[in-house]
Write a protein that binds this ligand. Structure first.
Ligand SMILES: [Zn+2]
Length: 220
């Protein structure tokens, strides 16, 4: 997972929530006020999703694949069905890919696979140490990080991060990077590659960037 640098909640979103509460004497909820059943809800949903995608540098909050407004959804890290009091807290909102919609349930991944699963000690992509929670291998596989508790393994399973398609996509992304291009690199060259894959380009982050960074770090 790539750490998401959450920004301030968009002004329009906070202002709309405040106005809604004043007018209706209750807090708005995602299920009602962001419903696709009405035009206003659809527009709000689209606007919010756009802000989240931009914030994340156009990659999925969990698997780091490229996402656009047409292949992603608003993800509640703490499930909206269970944590209704924070269902519109900006901190709890992320943008997830839609996974592999036509596949078998066990090969599904990210927001749709995670669904309403949660555990008190799960770690959000917005938390500081998330990049060390997992370790990506050059063949695309994912493992728990060295010092991770068993929550990393649980998250890999419940988010489907070890699904066949993700392993394959990561291994291709690593293969297309500089990781295997030459036999030997200088320390400086490796560090400059790490720097490149750790930062946003004009298109956002490179898909699967953290998997590539892990492999490069192992070369140091
Ligand atoms: Zn994803």
């Amino acid at each position: 997972m790539k750490k998401i640098a959450k920004q301030e909640s968009p002004e329009w979103f906070e202002a709309w929530k405040n106005d809604f509460e004043k007018e209706n004497n209750r807090k708005p909820h995602y299920k009602n006020e962001f419903s696709t059943d009405d035009e206003a809800g659809r527009i709000r949903r689209r606007k919010l999703r756009k802000a989240l995608i931009e914030e994340q540098g156009n990659i999925c909050c969990y698997c780091m694949c490229r996402i656009t407004e047409n292949n992603s959804h608003i993800e509640h890290f703490w499930p909206k069905e269970e944590f209704t009091d924070i269902d519109l807290d900006y901190e709890n909102l992320l943008a997830s890919c839609n996974g592999e919609e036509s596949l078998l349930a066990e090969d599904e991944h990210c927001g749709h696979r995670k669904n309403n699963w949660w555990r008190r000690d799960m770690i959000s992509p917005a938390q500081g140490d998330v990049e060390k929670l997992f370790r990506y291998l050059p063949d695309g596989r994912i493992r728990s990080g060295k010092r991770s508790s068993n929550i990393a393994g649980e998250m890999i399973h419940h988010f489907g991060l070890d699904s066949y398609h993700l392993v394959r996509n990561r291994s291709q992304a690593i293969e297309n990077s500089e990781v295997f291009e030459e036999e030997t690199y200088t320390k400086e060259e490796i560090e400059s590659f790490i720097d490149f894959y750790s930062h946003k380009t004009s298109d956002g982050y490179i898909p699967y960037c953290q998997a590539i960074v892990d492999c490069l770090e192992d070369m140091l």
